[in-house]
Ligand binder design. Sequence first.
Ligand code: B4P
Length: 182
Amino acid sequence: MKKKLLFIGPPGAGKGTQANLFCKKYGIDHLSTGDLLRDEVSSGSVLGIKAAETMNQGELVSDELVLSIVEGRLLNSNKGWLLDGFPRNVNQANSLKHLLEKINQPLEAVISIKIADDYLIKRLLARGREDDNEEVIVNRLKIYRYKTSPLIDLYSKQGILKEIDGNDDIDVVFSCIEKALG
Ligand code: B4P
């Protein structure tokens, strides 16, 4: 099973849900920038307060903050890792490339979870997190399309992209991911 991974997909595609299941089953580190940022927000730090404003508008938090969080975690990981929600733009993807070269741990596969917008909106409204209201969700989808989705082409050209249909039951999607990474 591949153990140096990246999950990419629009908000609500199920990246976090699938990444959790995968990391528990295969014993690798789950590096979710969304969760790490939410931890920073809960801590009440100055950085957290700034990040919360950005997240609640559905915008991307600064690359510097996200990178510093990811770098520390990757440097301390020795059993394999799964990046969930990072990188989210070309600049972050370039930084990740340099970082992985520096630590000599090449990315083995990228899972792209695909799903139609109306399902995403329904799922996120049902989840009901602070940044899950319709106006913010529409903004997050727009940002995903402009800034994040070009990365799919980038990883496809590197020959490491696997596309998964996210519009099915959680366990069915999980089996497809295991098959793609086996
Ligand atoms: P994230 O925390 O990454 O959250 P997400 O994209 O909204 O959700 P995800 O795809 O993980 O969906 P989930 O499994 O939860 O980002 C939040 C914010 O953090 C961003 O908007 C941004 O501001 C900031 N941020 C994060 N990373 C950043 C970065 N690198 N740079 C800058 N800013 C960054 O699933 C959603 C719901 O669907 C859940 O309720 C789940 O139970 C349900 N679900 C999942 N799979 C299902 C299925 N198969 N069937 C039915 N329901 C399902």
